[in-house]
Design a protein around this ligand. Structure first.
Ligand SMILES: [Ca+2]
Ligand SMILES: [Ca+2]
Length: 285
């Protein structure tokens, strides 16, 4: 079982790696790394030099963004990313000032994304509406939960992809827009979602959940029951009580979950612990 879990983790990490590699290709912007690059970050016609650095510390390491102005005056910003760091700069909202994105794993597969503005003097973080774990709508933070997974310059939107603690850990997405108020606000309907439409048989084989007992649910809008042996793939979570899923034959469903307060972790499905409801939960954290 442990070997299978490790395989799932490796495959998940590989999937992330592919996403990051593709992310470097977002057009209209520039990948940022440890190689110094010249960009006019603040739109004043004068070029700055920008690069990132992995700085060792007592714990692990963190990421530092360096910006040098034309006179060589340096500004830095530190983010608590300990591994798998990436950065990219582009003018998301077409106002002549670049948004400098920095993202990576701060611990155990928890990815966060920062967005920085350079004003010619210092780097400041753009605030994100709260999409962190736990209750939604709790103010604004210097980073958003999840890795930067897509940039849409035409729509002024970004997609963050973060792992979710629901019926096994999967990376799911939310979309945000940079508003005229200079904040990243959520533009979706409140669900973390993941697109499984192009998952092949092999992916279904290792990543699907298998019902162990009859589980009441809704499929294509009708009251249904998942029978033992039925396989589903989680496609969304509202961070509270609703999970959406795809069936192996392409139908869409939803089922109710609740927190397992008695144990202090995990979820109850139809009143029973999730691992009794579904076989093979690919937990990573
Ligand atoms: Ca400049
Ligand atoms: Ca901008």
């Amino acid at each position: 079982m442990k070997r299978i879990l490790s395989l799932v983790l490796v495959l998940a990490l590989l999937a992330c790696g592919v996403a990051l590699a593709e992310g470097q290709l977002w057009k209209g912007g520039t990948p940022i790394d440890e190689t110094p690059r010249s960009l006019d970050l603040n739109g004043d016609g004068s070029m700055e030099t920008i690069y990132t650095e992995t700085v060792p510390d007592d714990f692990e390491s963190f990421q530092r963004v360096h910006v040098l102005d034309a006179d060589g005056t340096e500004s830095v910003y530190d983010a608590e990313i300990i591994s798998d760091a990436s950065a990219w700069a582009g003018d998301l909202n077409r106002d002549g000032t670049m948004e400098i994105f920095l993202w990576g794993d701060i611990m155990s597969g928890d990815y966060f994304t920062w967005c920085l503005h350079y004003n010619g003097d210092h780097l400041t973080p753009v605030l994100f509406a709260d999409i962190n774990r736990g209750e939604n709508g709790q103010g604004y933070f210097k980073s958003g939960y999840g890795m930067l997974d897509d940039v849409n310059l035409d729509e002024c939107m970004i997609t963050l992809s973060g792992s979710q603690d629901i019926l096994g850990t999967y990376f799911m997405d939310r979309t945000l827009s940079l508003t005229e108020d200079g904040l990243f606000e959520l533009t979706d309907d409140g669900m973390w979602v993941r697109d499984v439409s192009d998952y092949d048989d092999e992916t279904w084989e290792y990543a699907a959940l298998t019902a162990q007992v009859p589980i009441p649910c809704e499929i294509d809008g009708e009251a249904e029951v998942l029978n033992p042996g039925d396989r589903i793939m989680i496609t969304g979570f509202d961070k509270a009580s609703v999970v959406t899923f795809a069936t192996a034959d392409g139908r869409e469903g939803r089922l109710a979950v609740s927190e397992d307060y008695a144990r202090g972790w995990g979820s109850l499905v139809d009143g029973i612990p999730e691992e009794e409801a579904f076989g093979f939960l690919p937990y990573a954290d």
